[in-house]
Design a protein around this ligand. Sequence first.
Ligand SMILES: *[C@@H]1O[C@H](CO)[C@@H](O)[C@H](O)[C@H]1NC(C)=O
Length: 276
Amino acid sequence: MILIFLSLTWQLTAAVNEMVAMRVISELPSAGYVYGSQQKTDAKPEEKYNVRMKPARFSGPEHLQDLSGKCFKCRDQKYEYVMCPFHNITQEDIQAYYEPYRGVLGVWSDWTIENNEFVAMNMIEGSRCGEGTHRSTKVTFSCGAISELAEVTEPEKCRYVAKFKTPLVCGQNAMVVYPRLPGTLQRQWDEVEQNWQDGDLTEKGYKRQLEAIFVKAGFHLSPDMKRSLLHKAAGKTDESCQAALEAALAHVSQLEEELKLKDDIIKELEENKNIA
Ligand SMILES: *[C@@H]1O[C@H](CO)[C@@H](O)[C@H](O)[C@H]1NC(C)=O
């Protein structure tokens, strides 16, 4: 009898550890059995997404800072999308009745710059999409009467385009890059343009030098910066895993406590039997 209880303890411990790895603590197999009617708790809203990367800092035209901290929604037949400029874009299935799909379509990283204009916010490192790839989104800007997320499409598998309209970009120079660079970088850009015109640079060299300027200005994310943001998000996950692990271990010692109690009762019963 005691042996059965001991092996049960081990099984529970192993099961709980496995559950921690999968982060489904609310579904401990023992909950109903040992504690009677313990209620399953739904994941908190901010826990329903697995976020791989910490958003980059704000960058780009200063007047767009008004958008930071706001979120914009739109729907199509199947999904609701929520785009938070300079933070993230997510997708939730609104057709499914049971455990709808929720995914991160990207986390704010940097700007797509074309012809001296900020044309799109790059949201990268979203939820997994097949082997080794992750969802990503380009949020394009165009002039509109109100700020709104007009539509989200998926022209290529797991590569999304979100169309954002706002009166903030209606001015002629609202999205021009050059005037928003510090003087030293403006002079570097002048030089690069000159060398390009003089034929001293290949197209590849020209693009590489511009890229270096945009990285220095903070408009493009450097590979190092990206690594660090990925690392920071992973650190957060470690912390919440740690908390979950500790909660589960506390649960296990509670179970062990109860099992000991039952052991004692059994021992007592057996002793009584022997006496009888
Ligand atoms: C997206 O960004 C908003 C605004 O900062 C934040 O409240 C929300 O938790 C973020 N969502 C995810 C999945 O990170």
